[in-house]
Design a protein around this ligand. Structure first.
Ligand code: ZN
Ligand code: ZN
Length: 198
């Protein structure tokens, strides 16, 4: 049985250990195009410019094990570095921005595989009727302001409320981050919309 495409090369704690190592962290961020706004910028996609795996996802080389080089998905590693904890078993690091090479931790959220499938179906990115490789090309083109077409999901609504409660983001920042209007954020927070989401 082949491992699922988003699985890590070895156990979660070993991976966390690597992610906390300053040298490895430095080598990782050197392969990411950071924006000019600093390390807390929620707006821009930080694209990977290292080695790429299939489907447009970046791949970060960790070390050699025998003759095999051990790699990890770049965006997953970015999530682990940022949050300083392992990604729980069976969870995927998914992109709000629909941009596979993006390693901006603010654009990543954890979800189950099914979310990813639903997400793709909603965006018409499943293989049915779509030319092979299309997802990757599309990923390359989707940036910044194009995110404004994004629609909210229950998952995102929960995240918006969580971030607003934590007091670290203004409504305007949340609007930019989730690619929606300011009033959409206000309605979510006052529960005028999405009231069914706990
Ligand atoms: Zn920025
Ligand atoms: Zn992004």
């Amino acid at each position: 049985m082949t491992p699922p495409p988003d699985s890590d090369p070895f156990d979660r704690l070993t991976l966390l250990e690597r992610a906390l190592c300053p040298d490895i962290k430095q080598r990782f961020w050197n392969l990411v195009s950071l924006c000019i706004h600093g390390s807390d910028c929620p707006y821009c996609c930080w694209e990977w410019h290292g080695h790429f795996a299939r489907r447009g996802y970046g791949e970060f080389y960790l070390f050699k094990q025998g003759r095999r080089s051990v790699q990890v998905r770049a965006h997953r590693f970015a999530w682990i570095i940022w949050h300083r904890r392992p990604i729980p078993e069976a969870l995927w690091a998914l992109h709000y921005c629909d941009n596979p090479p993006c390693c901006n931790p603010h654009h990543l959220f954890l979800g189950v595989n099914q979310d990813n499938v639903d997400d793709k179906q909603r965006k018409g990115r499943t293989s049915r009727g779509v030319k092979h490789g299309n997802a990757m090309r599309r990923g390359k083109w989707l940036h910044g302001e194009q995110c404004s077409r994004a629609r909210l999901t229950a998952e995102k609504v929960r995240d918006i409320r969580y971030l607003a409660q934590s007091g670290t983001r203004t409504k305007a920042e949340l609007a930019r981050l989730f690619g929606v209007d300011w009033c959409t954020i206000r309605d979510v927070l006052t529960r005028r919309t999405w009231n069914h989401v706990p």
